[in-house]
Design a protein around this ligand. Structure first.
Ligand code: ADP
Ligand code: MG
Length: 321
């Protein structure tokens, strides 16, 4: 029902950045090689995501907008095992229940245009065969005024969007992303699989050039990534990105471990730029219940924290800072 969808939306779609996250993850799941994200007025006016991915067959478009209809995962551990970002089949119906959504999608053999508003299907019609999906979300929260009212300032909402896209871009260096806000390009990655190029796109060429590669492992964990020498960066906590099996996650302890790794080389009040890619058995990851599935807990967290800080410290000594 529309009401159930709206309740689910309360969890999945907190703010414009959550819409961006879900739509961009869908594009990545659909094997897109190019994803364009066009945002107006911090996403409150409109969010458009264009991909060149698989598209949705005309016979499945309605199903895609039904809740849970598409869930591919049965257990929480599966999340870090499957190579798909989506897992609940909730995003599209949730977004469509609290906004105006127009989607044009094509598999190459069928093309469909579909229009939802406030959870109601307004139109479904054949559309041109342009491979991929082009989805536009406008009037976000038009029918849930409380949610609209509690949005933060336009700058904060935009910062959240940028953070979401940055993290996905760092997780998928072989996908080309472009983020445009009010006609201004904020991020463009080449999609050539070069993480350092993505880092340059996000943190600036200057910082990227100063970044050093790190690598380390224990029997349980494998670590690879880049860290920047701290005095060159004017970063905040957001600039520490931790990926587990290719997925950007949040975990306070690991963020602290990164900072600890810099030790006294990090000036007070400064945060480093770091991209830490971890590989591990999915069973070591305890995904919490929150549907945005970014915050995770880890068994063997002390072992992992130690690996992170010691690898960074060793490397910083190495480059003789
Ligand atoms: P989930 O991603 O959890 O499966 P969503 O509500 O985000 O659920 O999407 C529902 C389904 O719609 C997806 O499983 C996918 O089959 C399809 N879909 C959504 N967006 C796209 C896209 N950009 N390209 C291809 N298929 C898509
Ligand atoms: Mg999804």
């Amino acid at each position: 029902s529309v009401l159930a969808d709206q309740i689910a939306a309360g969890e999945v779609v907190e703010r414009p950045a959550s819409v961006v996250k879900e739509l961009v993850e869908n594009a990545v799941d659909a094997h897109a090689t190019q994803v364009d994200i066009l945002v107006q007025e911090s996403g409150v006016q409109s969010i458009r995501v264009i991909d060149d991915g698989d598209g949705i067959d005309d016979s499945e478009v309605l199903t895609a907008f039904k809740r849970h209809a598409t869930s591919k995962i049965t257990s929480r551990e599966d999340l870090f095992r499957v190579h798909s970002l989506g897992f609940r089949g909730e995003a599209l119906p949730s977004i469509a229940s609290v906004a105006d959504v127009v989607m044009n999608t094509s598999t190459g053999t069928t093309g469909t245009s579909i229009h939802y508003r406030g959870g109601k299907l307004l139109q479904q019609a054949p559309a041109p065969l342009r491979q991929g999906t082009d989805i536009t979300v406008t009037d976000l929260f038009f029918n849930t005024p409380a949610r609209l009212k509690y949005l933060k300032s336009p700058q904060t909402e935009l910062a959240n969007i940028l953070d979401v896209v940055n993290r996905i871009a760092l997780s998928y260096p072989s996908v080309a992303f472009r983020l445009v806000h009010n006609a201004k390009e904020l991020l463009k990655t080449a999609g050539r699989g070069d993480l350092q190029q993505v880092i340059a796109g996000i943190y600036g060429v200057q910082n990227a050039r100063k970044m050093v590669a790190i690598a380390g492992e224990t029997p349980d964990f494998k670590l690879a990534g880049f860290v920047a020498l701290p005095e060159l960066t004017r970063a905040n906590r957001q600039y520490i990105t931790v990926l587990i099996n290719g997925r950007a996650i949040k975990n306070q302890q690991l963020t602290k471990a990164v900072i600890k790794g810099y030790g006294s080389k990090l000036m007070v009040g400064r945060y480093p730029i770091a991209v830490i890619a971890l590989t591990m058995d999915p069973l070591l990851v305890d995904v919490n219940v929150h549907p945005t599935k970014q915050e995770v807990r880890l068994s063997k967290e002390p072992e992992l924290s130690k690996l992170i800080s010691e690898t960074i410290t060793a490397r910083l000594v190495d480059v003789n800072l």
